[in-house]
Design a protein around this ligand. Structure first.
Ligand code: CU
Length: 485
């Protein structure tokens, strides 16, 4: 099975006049493509980069067979060149476009000088063997063949991939290792959705900045916010059209509090869960790891999709001097009118998730995020008083049952809770019952608060993990093992 280079990849590689897609020199030769100042028909005034998206690799006859090669690569970030870590030479890596029932084969080649592996975040697939197995270790110079089988009834939606080797996850994601996965049985030829991979990083002297101990404790926040590897790119679309944006929060710690300034957002889905009928919202908050399937109407003139500063609490316990983690505003993209590229609404065939509120709950559990003093790191990040141990099973669940989990947070900062493989339906947040059927794979747990979810443990036997998706916290131990049988 050869790799399918799609029309959109051709577009992304220059036929559309892309101005400053972050493309690795390794991928396109050493001439530094594209040259800065390339004239382009849809370039806007001011500092905005021209819109571009990662290359799209689409499955054919039920299979997508790809090689993902991880390597340090020179990429262009804004006006400067920087050495980042890439999949196949670009930040982000290629978008994997799959259909329900597909087989995804990934030949992962590790040309880094440290271990890594691959997590397909949000996919409802087996965690065992060479599927979405977070315990796999792919050492430097090694390769690994993943085979990830999507069930025929896999929800359509937006997912992503990134490394999940415990201890190095934050470093590797912050350095550029992430890419989109879209499960969608629509034909993208005529009116594709827009893939919007948001990440952040800090470049210093041409390199990705190292995190300090304090950065790790707070959850590092990059000074530069990237949209498809670009700084505040300008997306051009016909006035009056609705653009469908598939937004991924690939930031290591940053929450995205999204607003289409002065306008409403149509919310087609959150994480893997379609919302039916899609509501409108003024703001949509995505914790790290979260995704939104958004419709934005294109008004006359120029508008902005903004991520507002989001207060995620205070890292310190007084003496640590952590201070408030209020963050800063960031322009994700600007929308300007022009062109004729339409983007259709999601397929009406997408089914809404099953409502678990009426399900029989077999078992209830409480899991608590906490912090404590001790260890080499100074501050420990814990779940139920324990740091991650891959040899210890923390939660044993029975397949075919529905459980209710209360996730508590005894610390002073937010922790986004992520469970692999099985989606969570949020039933209570900050003491209030949730009316809509909101199915997510990352749920925020506010400081001193709790979030209650229900989970149907269906189909897949095996062990996997749950953790805080502030990836520094995960690396510092805020992760547990769940075994299903
Ligand atoms: Cu956390």
């Amino acid at each position: 099975m050869s790799k399918d280079i799609s029309r959109r990849q051709a577009l992304a590689l220059g036929l559309a006049g892309a101005g400053s897609l972050a493309v690795g020199v390794a991928g396109l030769g050493a001439r530094g493509w594209p040259p800065s100042g390339t004239p382009s028909t849809n370039r806007t005034e001011g500092p905005s980069a021209t819109w571009a998206e990662p290359a799209v690799l689409t499955s054919a006859q039920g299979v997508l067979d790809v090689e993902l090669r991880l390597a340090p690569t020179q990429v262009q970030i804004g006006d400067q060149m920087a050495t980042m870590l890439t999949y196949n030479g670009t930040v982000p890596g290629p978008t994997l476009h799959l259909r329900p029932g597909d087989l995804l084969r990934v030949h992962l080649v590790n040309d880094l000088d440290e271990a890594t592996n691959l997590h397909t975040h949000g996919l409802l697939v087996s965690p065992a063997g060479n599927s979405d197995n977070p315990f796999v270790r792919v050492g430097p110079g090694e390769s690994f063949d993943y085979a990830i089988e999507l069930p025929d009834d896999h929800p359509q939606g937006i997912f992503w991939y990134h490394p999940h080797h415990h201890g190095l996850v934050a470093d590797q994601v912050f350095a550029g290792l992430y890419g989109a996965i879209v499960v969608d049985d629509a034909d993208w030829t005529a009116s594709p959705p827009r893939v919007v991979v948001v990440s952040d990083t800090t470049i210093s002297s041409g390199r990705v900045a190292q995190a300090s101990g304090m950065d790790r404790m707070q959850g590092r926040t990059g000074r530069t916010v990237l949209t498809n590897g670009l700084i505040s790119p300008a997306l051009t679309a016909p006035e009056g059209s609705t653009q469908r944006l598939l937004v991924i929060n690939a930031c290591t710690s940053r929450y995205l509090d999204l607003e289409h300034v002065g306008h409403q957002l149509r919310l087609y889905g959150l994480d893997s869960g379609a919302l039916s009928p899609p509501p409108t919202r003024t703001r949509v908050v995505l914790p790290p790891g979260g995704r939104a399937d958004l419709g934005v109407e294109v008004p006359a003139g120029s508008t902005t999709l903004l991520a507002h500063a989001y207060d995620r609490g205070a890292a310190g316990m007084g003496m640590m001097g952590g201070g408030s983690l209020a963050g800063s505003d960031a322009t994700i993209l600007t929308l300007t009118t022009g062109g004729d590229q339409v983007s259709s609404a999601p397929s009406a065939a997408r089914s809404a998730p099953t409502d678990l509120r009426d399900a029989e709950v077999t078992r209830s559990r409480t899991l608590t995020f906490s912090m404590g003093m001790g260890g080499m790191q100074g501050m420990q990040f814990l779940i139920d008083g324990q740091a991650f141990d891959p040899e210890r099973v923390d939660q044993q669940v029975r397949l075919g049952t529905v459980e209710e989990w209360t996730i508590r947070n005894s610390t002073m900062m937010n922790h986004p809770f992520h469970l692999h493989v099985w989606p969570m339906q949020v039933v209570e947040t900050s003491g209030a019952r949730v009316d809509a059927v909101e199915v997510r794979d990352v749920v925020d747990v506010p400081p001193g608060g709790q979030t209650v979810v229900r989970v149907a443990f269906s189909r897949y036997a095996g062990s996997t993990v749950y953790h805080c998706h502030i990836l520094d916290h995960e690396d510092l131990g805020m992760m547990g093992v769940i075994a299903a049988q």
